[in-house]
Design a protein. Structure first.
Length: 107
């Protein structure tokens, strides 16, 4: 198992649908990555300088996040990049950034 700091640009207008799907726990049922993907997306941070969203994700694929991209991520994000790192380091590195969902109303 590997952990990655994922970053990407949220596609304009995709935030509402993504938040609705998270609220309904739609991704949680996806096997084998649903739990990790849901946790990552619920905890996303926003970098106001680069306008990227960032999260840490556990993944088993090669290339990283291949299944997640095909099923979910490519629908909501552009320019996705990943950096391999030890578990928890991604969250630690982005902990000072504002949470993406703090400024959005509940669906």
């Amino acid at each position: 198992m590997a952990h990655y700091l994922a970053r990407g640009k949220l596609i304009i207008g995709a935030d509402v649908e993504l938040l609705q799907n998270l609220a309904k726990q739609e991704f949680l049922k996806m096997r084998p990555f649903g739990k990790s993907l849901t946790q990552g997306l619920e905890g996303m941070r926003h970098d106001p300088i680069t306008d990227e969203v960032l999260w840490e994700e556990e993944d088993y694929c090669s290339p990283p996040l291949a299944m997640e991209r095909a099923a979910v991520l490519d629908k909501y994000f552009d320019e996705i990049q990943v950096e391999k790192l030890p578990k928890g380091e991604g969250w630690e590195r982005i902990s000072e950034l504002p949470a993406l969902w703090d400024d959005l109303p509940e669906p």
